[in-house]
Design a protein around this ligand. Sequence first.
Ligand code: ATP
Ligand code: MG
Length: 171
Amino acid sequence: MRLFLALMPPPALRRRLGELAEWAHARCGGRRVPDDSLHLTLAFIGEVSEEKAEGLSTWVEGLDVPGGEWRLDGWGAFRRPGILWVGSQTPDRAMVNLQASLWRDLERQGFTGRPSRFIPHVTLLRRARRLESDGLPLPDLVWPYRQVALLRSFTEQDGARYQTLARSPAP
Ligand code: ATP
Ligand code: MG
């Protein structure tokens, strides 16, 4: 199964991100990420066996995640896949540290694929026709987070669907 670690937005923020996705979609086209799927990926793990997935669930359920607040104040794009996203204008140290500590644990468990750089972002559009954010409202959002989720991704015709397998403990 295909797995990744992510933060899922609290409901009020999910709605705000959904509004941004709506505006962006009206202007830039492409495939809008459904509200239910909006997330911040911390580590893409990829294809693993059921046995390894169980081990990962147990690990996540014992994780001690330092909670924090992530400020989203800018737009960005990944040209090749046509992704338009919202995130920070400057790298967020706490988020970068969280990603690094998760990858240290993953590598200790034998997983590979740590990216050479990490840009915390929330994808709003894929295969967008246009990747400029001019004319779109500047985001100014705060994401309070405390729990990391282990998600399973199912590939479907109109995009991926995610299922939560495990969460780190609520503080
Ligand atoms: P789809 O691939 O159907 O468009 P998706 O990208 O959301 O949808 P997945 O490919 O399963 O679904 O990816 C799950 C998450 O992991 C997404 O946030 C995606 O951006 C991220 N991701 C996928 N592949 C990689 C990769 N090779 N490196 C880093 N992040 C990845
Ligand atoms: Mg993908």
